[in-house]
Design a binder for this molecule. Structure first.
Ligand SMILES: [Fe+2]
Length: 446
């Protein structure tokens, strides 16, 4: 994967990256057993089969239809597979497997769309810049990152598919025998007051989604932050102390969600005969106490209240991850060198997290560990537009549909986040009651 994709790559580089991203999602679908294509592993989401058509339909609708004005590839499928769903507290989808086309029809559509798009994109005359209604580099970056984001969110979805309904890739190395992480001493690190840069400036030779603009600066007073992400072991103490039973630790909305859904534990945990286990992507193992705990925003917030702290704001996260004593901010927590495998667990290296503190090479200037990789980090900041936000005219709802006060910004990256999205300005977001995300957290004291 291209690790420095914030620059606008050349035409050929973009086509190589598009091909790489297709390989990534093709490989991902191969872990689904043939009899599970029409399963719905997460009740709030579409069946798996939707996504097989969606990635190609999105590319066609964006590149061929919107950007080049070439019209539909397939009247019905272009629309059927156009949009995913993200209901907040709404009803669950009720469609049946028989409501969807046969897999052979979807595969034929995918193949045709790819061939036609490749023909268009490799034909220099047809593809001349004057024909594009929007800048070609931006459109192709949107297609590539959209697909890689789905490579991650599909991993959350397939994580919930029972192990017997999927096939581990040949490269998969079982976790059961994996060694424990380095010994850690939970501690907080004092971060002095300073100014952080949020977002990126328009007009520079770099790609960002609509929500990453416009660049602006925020003063952050001094605070202290956990050196490590909260671990399964720490969260177990919260559970044993009755954290899920103590209404005072939860907001009204979060408490109502717990009651309604009967949430009693992190989604990735399993209890068997009084012992805790972890549901990893392809296997179940005794709960790894030194791995970061993956929980919803509601659960992370309750834990933070339990320990008398809070979740960091988006600006505090930036200060802890990218700030330095000299006042100059870094491109990445460790410096300006592009991401590599020694800096953290990201870019599809693994399917599951590693023990916190396993990547000293990825520490921030203050010594804060794992801010990039090993799980997104929840912030207390509702997802909202930056000053002078403008939606992409070709994808107006990408961010704007979620500026509703019910979604929260996540920063950092998970083991399944593509390298091109490790840029400082990248913002992810999810609703507070969605427990399936590879999302960790750490706390701050103000
Ligand atoms: Fe999508």
């Amino acid at each position: 994967m291209n690790a420095t994709a914030t620059q606008l790559d050349s035409r050929d580089q973009l086509l190589v990256r598009l091909a790489e991203s297709r390989t990534m999602t093709d490989d991902l679908f191969r872990i689904v057993r043939a009899d599970a294509w029409y399963d719905r592993p997460i009740p709030e989401r579409h069946r798996i089969v939707f996504y097989i058509g969606h990635l190609e339909a999105f590319d066609w609708n964006l590149i061929a239809d919107q950007a080049l004005g070439l019209g539909p590839a397939h009247q019905e499928f272009d629309r059927l597979f156009a949009f995913g769903i993200d209901p907040v507290g709404g009803g669950l989808p009720t469609d049946q497997p028989s409501d969807w086309p046969r897999l052979s029809e979807i595969n034929a559509y995918d193949l045709r769309v790819r061939q036609e798009l490749d023909g268009i994109l490799s034909d220099r005359a047809q593809e001349s810049a004057s024909r594009w209604h929007y800048p070609r580099e931006i459109i192709l970056n949107v297609a590539i990152e959209h697909r890689l984001m789905h490579a991650e969110t599909l991993a959350y979805m397939l994580h919930q598919l029972p192990t017997e309904r999927k096939i581990a890739p040949q490269s998969y190395r079982p976790l059961a025998s994996s060694e424990a992480g380095p010994p850690i001493l939970a501690r907080m690190i004092d971060i002095p007051a300073g100014t952080v840069t949020l977002g990126i400036p328009r007009g520079r030779e770099s790609f960002g989604w609509d929500n990453e603009f416009e660049v602006h600066w925020v003063d952050v007073p001094a605070f202290a932050i956990d050196a490590y992400k909260a671990t399964n072991g720490e969260f177990l103490k919260f559970m044993r102390a009755g954290g899920y039973d103590d209404q005072r630790l939860w907001s009204d909305a979060d408490w109502a969600w717990l009651e309604e859904q009967n949430i009693r534990q992190p989604r990735f945990w399993l209890e068997r005969q009084g012992r805790w286990f972890y549901q990893a992507m392809f296997e179940e193992l005794p709960l790894p106490l030194d791995w970061p705990v993956y929980v919803s925003h509601a659960e992370a917030s309750a834990y933070a209240r339990f320990v008398g702290k809070s979740l960091p704001t988006e600006a505090q996260f930036h200060r802890a991850a990218y700030g330095t004593t000299e006042g100059v901010e870094r491109a990445y927590p460790w410096g300006d060198a592009p991401p590599d495998v020694g800096r953290g667990t990201f870019d599809f290296q693994r399917w599951d997290p590693v023990a916190v503190g396993s990547y000293p090479g990825g520490r921030s200037a203050w010594g804060v560990e794992d801010t990039l990789g090993n799980g997104w980090e929840w912030t207390s900041s509702p997802f909202a537009p930056f000053p002078r936000f403008e939606p992409f005219p070709f994808y107006r709802g990408y961010s704007a549909n979620f500026f509703d006060g019910k979604h929260y910004v996540m920063k950092g990256a998970s083991p399944r986040t593509g390298a091109c999205m490790l840029r400082r300005s990248f913002r992810n977001w999810f609703q507070a009651h969605y427990p399936f995300v590879y999302a960790s957290f750490r706390c701050v004291s103000n």
